[in-house]
Write a protein that binds this ligand. Structure first.
Ligand code: PEP
Ligand code: MN
Length: 346
């Protein structure tokens, strides 16, 4: 349920509504709008609640939230969420480009990649220190040592860092070193990890599960939001389909679908989405054209010798070319058409 306050409602009237919500054993979530405030109500709502709040002074109307997720829904929070890290904005019209190696392999590798990413115009450094691998015999990351290499690359280049956390036990270390904590596709429904990520203060990027519906994905985001962390970024990284020409099928339509249903920023990962480096630039461009708030792209100094995902990693040269293409597209979008999809009416 959403309590929409009148434009001229007073602070006291808003406080009275919030108090009543708490008295009823429910939880208020106030969103301050430019025109009026709205109060999202979390908990088990009855018809009696609806009529009780409708009659309170300062209240314009009561709306039912039709979606199973509440805090993640646009109904609850009409304005776009903009997550800001180290001066980079994710959401609200800017394009954030997160790039770097699949796995952190050495200090030199991550530093050189960070420099190349920055020179080409990327604005966030990615790199996995804790790696989820299909086979237990594959390289599983450098762990905390890898986090330190990332932090050094940030110190030198100024690029904020995003890196994956796989377990609750590793979360304190990951959130100490990272600017954004990534939850990978395989952990999208690790509900205890989602709770823990919601209880720490770093922004969280939640990748879409391998076979997850958008509703399941938004409900997973709800876990993080429900613990009090409002800075959640969604990442479409392809879903599993019958198609074998690509590693996954990048669901570009998830961008406008998510933007309609949710206020959270959405980033696309064409590297994991395709599995093939030569498909990455086209799908990056498609993502930007579809209104994505950002990209995540794998870049490696020597993809042929990468310890993971070399086949989908771009060389520095190809990443620079991708950035030129993406920048040109983003400029067109910014100059002629408002970014995102919110400008289209019903
Ligand atoms: C990654 O980004 O390093 C990764 C493992 O991606 P995903 O969780 O999407 O497979
Ligand atoms: Mn990878």
């Amino acid at each position: 349920m959403i309590v929409v306050m009148k434009a001229d409602a007073t602070e006291e009237q808003l406080d009275a509504v919030k108090r009543r919500i708490v008295e009823e054993g429910l939880r208020p979530s106030v969103v301050e709008g430019a025109e009026r405030n709205i109060v999202g109500v979390l908990g088990t709502i009855t018809r009696d609640h609806e009529s009780a709040f409708e009659g309170m002074s300062g209240v314009l109307q009561i709306l039912r939230v039709s979606r199973p997720y509440k805090l993640a829904s646009r109904e609850f929070h009409p304005d776009d969420t903009v997550v800001e890290v180290g001066g980079v904005k994710i959401g609200g019209g800017d394009l954030a480009v997160m790039a770097g190696p699949c796995s952190v392999e050495s200090q030199e590798q991550v530093l050189n990649t960070a420099r190349a990413v920055k020179a080409a115009g990327g604005n966030i450094l990615r790199g996995g220190a804790f790696k989820p691998r299909t086979s237990p015999y594959s390289f599983r990351g450098l762990g905390v040592e890898g986090l330190k290499y990332l932090a050094k690359a940030r110190d030198e280049t100024g690029l904020p860092v995003i890196t994956e956390v796989m377990t609750i036990e590793d979360l304190p270390a990951v959130s100490e070193f990272a600017d954004i904590v990534q939850i990978g596709a395989r952990n999208m429904q690790n509900f205890n990890l989602l709770d823990a990520a919601g209880a720490q203060s770093r922004p969280v990027m939640l990748k879409r599960g391998l076979s997850s519906t958008i509703e399941e994905w938004l409900l997973a985001a709800e876990y993080i939001l429900n613990q009090g962390n409002p800075n959640v970024i969604l990442c479409e990284r392809g879903v599993r389909t019958f198609e074998t020409a690509t590693r996954n099928t990048l669901d570009i339509s998830a961008v406008p679908v998510v933007q309609k249903l949710s206020h959270l920023p959405i980033v696309c990962d064409p590297s994991h989405g395709t599995g093939k480096w030569y498909l990455v630039p086209a799908m990056a461009a498609a993502s930007v054209a579809a209104g994505a708030d950002g990209l995540m792209v794998e870049v490696h100094p020597d993809p042929d010798h990468a310890k993971s995902d070399g086949g989908q990693s771009l060389t520095f040269e190809n990443f620079a070319l991708l950035m030129e293409r993406v920048r040109a597209l983003a400029n067109v979008a910014a100059g002629t058409v408002p970014a995102g999809n919110s400008q289209f009416g019903e």
